[in-house]
Design a protein. Structure first.
Length: 555
């Protein structure tokens, strides 16, 4: 008997992720604590630069234990405590662009005593990190690391670290499972189980950064640092040594889930990623990928036009798309391309609107959508609007499909990324076209004016495709775990905790009592059902015989 997918229990989360800014701020306000402008930003900045230590340790430092503390002499600030967060706060195995400075003369931040006291009393209500790395695997060439992150309620999501020349990209998840049901995607086989909070999304970056930093500090067999993480060796460039990158430079929401179906939390996470006081990522180094939710695509264009938007199209026309993307029904390709185009030209439109309002440009705003080819090409170079197109052997990858895709994007200068299919354990047996065929497909699409490229395949040997690692681990447990029919999908001794939460690679809890096992290894439930069937059949035969005898006696 196998476990069915279990949806997340969202309320109450205990402890709550302190990186979920909205929840943390609401709790502060409900306790009557008032922070001045910028103080909450400063708190998160210090937490980030300290490497996200356990909350009780961070609070200890904020209260001055082990660090320098001075009390403000200003009578108007008697309720303020001057706090110095020293460099010894920096947690091991974590790196950021700038560590907290301890140089003399640096301005020391101040927080209300009530705020510090509140934190000290609520170290169990909130936690710096609420999830943990269940397991991670690195590909044989060292380019890709797949991370399984276990959330506090037991569900597991995936992140992927991808190392390129001079930069590291992390692919993060926004949901547990996915409701879109794409036929070629392992996550699509899971169904939707729940959303991640903004804090849980950001925690994936923390885990990824720690793995990167830890690898840098782990010597290989020759005693060199970082060779298990970064491709190639350090090189001398212009007389200066170029050391391996030790920080994440790009974030893509291409992991588990549909980001725009978890819009509020994804938006909050994106804002933290591009905050110069926190992760300080360049705006166009954050990419939100969607299967296609037009209304939310336009919301993102309104709220964060600076970040990249990627549309997972995967087919050149509506009928083909509906066959492999069930969620496409009722949403036309034309509306998606239009929304994507609006995102690409949003900043150009904003600039034009500003010049018009300031009187520096007399352009009629009614014709603002009619951008010139040069303006579109300039916007396209910034790659803020992209089409993701998985290459599957079949109708969607034919030469005719290439022409249809090219015509669909014609005149817009959109960026098209062709993604070689990474074989996953899905119902349909799918495969990837040959390299020669994909190159021809790319050439045809490019001939219509779009920039088209073939994405490099990474992580095939470590179940690198979206959701693949979690699905494989769940399948292993289904094959090796027998569940008590009275317990349903939960362990007897771990109430409300799904079977997918096993700690470590191969731990499997047997929920059957020892006295139910048999000497010959037979399934104990099968034996019970067999006995029950025999008993029921015997009772039926006996009652039928009695009825027949009674009827014969009457006659």
């Amino acid at each position: 008997m196998t476990a069915k997918p279990i949806k997340r229990y969202r309320d109450p989360l205990s402890p709550k992720p302190i990186l979920d800014r909205a929840v943390f701020l609401q709790s502060i306000k409900s306790n009557g604590i008032v922070l001045k402008n910028g103080q909450l930003d400063l708190f998160y900045q210090l937490l980030h630069r300290s490497g996200y230590p356990p909350l009780h340790e961070f609070v200890t430092e904020l209260r001055g234990r082990g660090g320098e503390v001075t009390v403000s002499s200003n009578d108007d600030d008697e309720d303020k405590e001057d706090v110095s967060v020293l460099s010894n706060l920096v947690a091991s195995k974590f790196r950021t662009k700038n560590a907290v400075s301890s140089r003399p003369g640096r301005s020391r931040p101040q927080f209300p005593k009530s705020f510090i006291s509140y934190l000290a009393k609520n170290t169990e209500e909130f936690a710096t990190i609420t999830s943990r790395v269940q397991l991670y695997k690195t590909s044989s060439d060292g380019s890709t690391t797949k991370i399984a992150v276990e959330l506090q309620d037991g569900h597991v999501v995936e992140s992927v670290l991808m190392r390129h020349e001079g930069r590291v990209t992390i692919c993060v998840s926004s949901q547990v499972g996915c409701a879109m049901g794409c036929t070629f995607c392992a996550t699509g086989t899971m169904g939707i189980r729940g959303n991640l909070s903004s804090g849980e999304i950001l925690e994936q970056l923390v885990h990824g950064s720690r793995i990167l930093a830890s690898s840098l500090e782990t010597p290989d067999s020759d005693g060199h640092l970082g060779t298990d993480v970064f491709i190639g060796e350090d090189k001398d460039v212009g007389g200066k040594q170029k050391r391996p990158l030790d920080m994440i430079r790009n974030v893509v929401f291409m992991g588990m889930g549909e980001p725009l179906n978890n819009y509020t939390n994804v938006l909050a996470a994106c804002r933290a990623m591009i905050d110069r006081r926190l992760w300080n990522l360049a705006h166009n180094h954050v990419t939100v990928s969607t299967v296609g939710v037009p209304s939310r695509m336009r919301d993102l264009t309104r709220d964060l036009p600076e970040v990249n938007l990627a549309l997972s199209l995967h087919a050149p026309n509506q009928s083909m798309r509906e066959k492999i993307v069930p969620a496409a029904k009722g949403t036309s390709i034309e509306s998606l391309i239009e929304a994507l185009d609006e995102h690409m030209m949003a900043l150009a439109k904003r600039k034009l609107n500003y010049l018009h309002e300031s009187g520096e440009n007399g352009t009629d705003l009614a014709a603002v959508k009619e951008f010139s080819s040069d303006e579109r090409q300039s916007a396209s170079k910034k790659k803020r609007a992209m089409i993701e197109y998985v290459m599957l052997e079949g109708d969607t990858s034919t030469i005719e499909a290439a022409h249809q895709l090219g015509k669909l994007c014609e005149g817009r200068h959109l960026v098209v990324n062709l993604i070689p299919y990474n074989k996953t354990n899905v119902k349909d047996k799918l495969s990837c076209p040959s390299e020669e065929h994909m190159q021809e497909f790319r050439r045809i699409v490019s001939s219509y004016g779009s920039f088209c490229s073939i994405r490099r395949t990474m992580g095939a040997d470590i179940a690198g495709a979206c959701g693949q690692l979690v699905v494989e681990e769940e399948e292993k447990q289904r094959q090796n775990t027998l569940i008590d029919i009275e317990d349903g999908p939960y362990h007897k001794d771990e109430s409300r905790k799904p079977l997918v939460t096993s700690k470590g690679h191969d731990r499997i809890d047997n929920v059957m009592d020892a006295d139910t096992s048999t000497a010959d290894g037979a399934d104990p439930w099968l034996l019970r059902l067999t006995v029950a069937t025999v008993v029921v059949a015997s009772c039926f035969i006996l009652s039928s015989t009695v009825l027949l005898l009674q009827k014969r006696n009457r006659n």
